[in-house]
Design a protein around this ligand. Structure first.
Ligand code: FAD
Length: 443
């Protein structure tokens, strides 16, 4: 008797229901991480995400090893690899925390086939505050407007108490061989573009825990007033830790409430994360298709390679756009306000299809998230759930004046930008975008 616990986007030991359940098996556990880029619906990770994953797996492997449990690494489609590992270790049970995107079809098929072969396959909640199918409108449908969604979440019973890390650890006697993490080549080789990521981040559960603690005790009271000021760096920086499940949203939720800090606005942002996942649950092709079907026929411009490269590299001549894109390239994240401004610039001033911008973010963000990234790009483009109205075209000059009045953010990331020629005429491109959007018909 052995239980196999399959780690996915939940690279932690605390508040990990699938791990807690597995550790109840007195005969011991096998811990598996599977790099699956072959199953249908699974999106290949971007470069920055691969960098994070390498380090997060290293941290998880060390924590498990300290408790006497090896981490088994394998590659391949889950439908083939999981049953093979089950056979190798003689497991009679498999546990995992649920996924909510297109991969859930893979999980459902696997669960069925394991059960047919007599293996007890069990899934648990772990990545969200509320399971998506539990938050429904009165008519039984799902919410398309954030405020109504978040109100509905709040009248539901609160998220369950986070589970502590298991106290009893037994490694199963038959441990399957592991692949070498370095053979996966998740880290960049030449050129090594990850210096800025190494400087900015420490992946892993311990670092996530420390970040949460520091935020709640040092910055949380200032959050509501300063969260929209990119130069203040007053937000939590928890997004990659949440993306990789190094801390659970339930833990963040409970500890925030207990901190005594003024956390209402912060919890509301966790609500946006929740809403993005809720939307992905109902639209698994969120990164491919606008929720508003009229956008299928939208008159996007074929991107000019030079213009696209200028946007990607932060060479547009609009300082707040350039600062954001360079912050992203160097650190793997960008302040939320500036994500909106840079995305609006691409989609509305350059009239480039939001999916092209979404893919660039997918490749360069360490917090690249299957729900939040396409959800927010759709929001900016105007085709998503509760999206920005089409006539909201962020003017990068007024945005900079309003949100970076002292210029501290631009000075830090793109001090030379104001001297560059401006890539576009803001007024003319705004008119062009308004005309293209008007052609869609009234909303
Ligand atoms: P905080 O302000 O401290 O917020 C706390 C947590 O709430 C975040 O860590 C995050 O998990 C969640 N959150 C905050 N804002 C949002 C939001 N608008 N949507 C969903 N969740 C939110 N966030 C990602 O986690 N992954 C992405 O791939 C991603 N892509 C984005 C793309 C665009 C075009 C835009 C406009 C936003 C995107 N966001 C994404 C949302 C947001 O920018 C980041 O979550 C935020 O900047 C992370 O910083 P923080 O952890 O300091 O956030």
């Amino acid at each position: 008797m052995t239980t196999l616990v399959w780690f996915r986007d939940d690279l932690r030991l605390a508040d990990h229901p699938a791990l807690a359940a597995a550790c109840e098996d007195p005969d011991g556990i096998v811990a598996l991480y599977l790099l699956d880029e072959a199953s249908p619906g699974v999106r290949r990770l971007g470069g920055a995400a691969r960098w994070w994953l390498h380090h997060s797996l290293t941290a998880l492997r060390e924590e498990l090893a300290a408790r006497g449990v090896p981490l088994v690494l394998r590659r391949g489609p889950a439908g083939d690899v999981v049953p093979r590992v089950v056979a190798e270790c003689g497991a009679n049970a498999v546990t995992w925390n649920r996924r909510y995107g297109a991969e859930r079809e893979v999980d459902a098929a696997l669960k069925e086939s394991l059960r047919v072969s007599g293996v007890d396959a069990r899934s648990f909640p772990g990545g969200l505050l509320h399971e998506p199918w539990t938050v429904t409108t009165q008519a039984g449908g799902y919410y398309r407007v954030y405020s109504a969604f978040w109100r509905a979440c709040q009248v539901r019973p609160g998220p369950a108490e986070p589970l502590p890390e298991p106290t009893s650890w037994t490694a199963a006697p038959r441990q399957p061989a592991s692949e070498e993490l370095t053979d996966w080549e998740l880290l960049p080789t030449a050129p090594d573009w990850a210096a800025g990521l190494r400087e900015r981040w420490e992946p892993g559960e311990a670092a996530a825990d420390e970040r949460l603690e520091d935020f709640l005790h040092l910055d949380a009271d200032e959050y509501a007033g300063r969260r929209d000021t990119p130069a203040a760096a007053a937000t939590s920086s928890l997004s990659p830790h949440l993306r990789w499940g190094e801390v659970s949203p339930r833990t963040v939720w409970r500890r925030a409430l207990r901190s005594g800090a003024d956390v209402g606005a912060f919890l509301g942002e966790l609500g946006w994360r929740e809403f993005a996942w809720h939307t992905l649950f109902h639209h698994p092709d969120l990164h491919r298709r606008g929720l508003d079907p009229r956008f299928d026929a939208f008159a996007w411009q074929e991107p000019d390679p030079a213009e696209l490269a200028a946007w990607q590299r932060g060479q547009t001549g609009f300082p707040i756009v350039d600062a954001g894109m360079r912050e992203l390239w160097q650190t793997g994240v960008m302040h939320n306000r500036v994500r909106m401004v840079t995305a609006s610039f691409l989609v509305k001033n350059l009239l480039v299809d939001w999916r092209i911008g979404e893919s660039w973010f997918w490749d360069t963000l360490v917090d690249a998230d299957a729900a939040s990234n396409p959800f927010n790009w759709q929001w900016v483009a105007g085709c998503g759930a509760d999206a920005a109205p089409y006539f909201r075209i962020f003017n990068p000059l007024t945005q900079a004046k309003k949100f970076d009045p002292d210029g501290g953010y631009v000075r830090r990331w793109a001090p030379d930008s104001a001297a560059l020629p401006e890539l576009v005429d803001l007024r003319a491109t705004r008119e062009r975008a308004l005309a293209a959007y008007a052609a869609l018909g009234s909303r």
